[in-house]
Design a protein around this ligand. Structure first.
Ligand code: NAI
Length: 327
């Protein structure tokens, strides 16, 4: 029997993994995130299962290796929070490359519709018996241009959704995808021609803060920015300046640069100390969701299924289908 230390476990994780129970794998669920302070919880385990806000740096990997932990199973697509160079040759790293691109793409469109048609405002108004339409005017998505940065699995499904709305679709990606229904363009053109910009690329050293003062200034006035990818793609201070000046008309953020201590947690009884997050939340044309774009039953099931298959492959000594290694 192999034992897995499962970090940052939430009730919905326990439910979805229970549906993929395997008699050879014992999962110990911990609510803590995996980091230097908590890594000792993985001592005596054969593997760890981690998520987007765990901090799997060199120190953590050194300790996992000392404990004899052979595998880090990321139950997500991204792995920017794992020091792959430190892991190379010592601890295998696997991920779930695709579970439901529809979940994230649909959430992105949900954010656009909410912000544009001000559904978040309308919901509160009618509950307060205020049936005025003042200030709720949006625009037709039909005929507008959406710029998609990253046209992989999620970006191309999102493009299909936008096509259904009759939008002009342009995309930027260093690697073109035959499934993408839009037209490829240079990044600078995408910035200057898009009414809506949606980020669907992984976080890399090269694209950190791709949305910053310099690029925001090239965008159309009133542009709507949607980020369901990774918080650090956006320089949040520059985004706030852009919103204050009116250069940015709306922002939908499912991810946030400093989300680690706050997102996924109930902070309703606490004083939030992050003034930047508080500023964003206070803005009428900003919608913040708590990294929930993946959260559909289908996606959770896909994550559990692939993670268990990844672990079975590793413990069975098979080739790892979903391994990620440092370049
Ligand atoms: P994918 O690997 O299928 O597609 C990513 C695409 O981005 C690739 O085509 C790649 O060539 C492109 N790319 C890489 N660097 C780029 C750059 N600098 N500029 C433009 N394009 C670039 O990945 P997938 O499944 O579509 O996921 C995309 C991202 O979505 C993930 O990396 C992750 O950060 C995020 N994500 C967010 C979730 C959420 O719940 N909010 C859940 C799942 C993924």
């Amino acid at each position: 029997m192999k034992t897995i230390a499962f970090f940052d476990a939430k009730p919905y994780d326990k439910l979805s993994f229970a549906n993929h129970f395997d008699e050879d794998i014992n999962i110990r669920f911990f609510e803590n995130k995996l980091n230097e302070d908590t890594v000792s919880m993985a001592a005596c385990c054969d593997g760890v299962c981690a998520f987007v806000n765990d901090d799997i740096n060199k120190t953590v990997i050194d300790k996992l290796s000392d404990y004899g932990v052979g595998i880090i199973a990321m139950r997500c697509a991204g792995y920017n929070n794992v020091d792959l160079k430190s892991a190379r040759g010592r601890v295998s790293v696997v991920r779930v490359p695709a579970y439901s691109p529809h979940a994230i793409a649909e959430h992105s469109m949900g954010m656009i519709l909410t912000l544009n048609r001000k559904l978040h405002k309308a919901y509160i108004r009618t509950r307060d018996h205020n049936f005025s339409l003042e200030g709720l005017c949006g625009y037709d998505l039909f005929g507008k241009t959406v710029g998609i940065i990253g046209t992989g699995k999620i970006g191309s499904v999102f493009a299909d959704i936008c096509k259904g709305f009759g939008m002009n679709i342009i995309g930027y990606d260093p690697i073109e995808n035959d499934e993408f229904c839009g037209e490829y363009t240079e990044l600078q053109e995408l910035f200057s021609n898009s009414d809506i910009i949606s980020l669907h690329c992984p976080l890399t050293k090269e694209n950190r803060n791709i949305i910053c003062k310099k690029t925001i200034n090239k965008m159309k006035k009133g542009v709507c920015i949607i980020n369901t990818s990774r918080g650090q793609l956006v320089n949040t201070d520059d985004l706030i300046d852009g919103i204050k000046s009116g250069q940015i008309g709306a922002a939908g953020l499912d991810v946030y640069e400093e989300e680690t201590e706050v997102f996924f947690e109930d902070m309703s009884q606490e004083v939030i100390k992050d003034d930047t997050l508080l500023t964003l939340i206070s803005m009428p044309n900003v919608l913040v969701t708590s990294h929930q774009a993946f959260l559909t039953g289908e996606a959770l099931d896909g994550i559990a299924k692939t993670t268990m298959a990844n672990l079975k492959e590793y413990f069975g000594g098979e080739k790892l289908t979903n391994e990620v290694v440092a370049k």
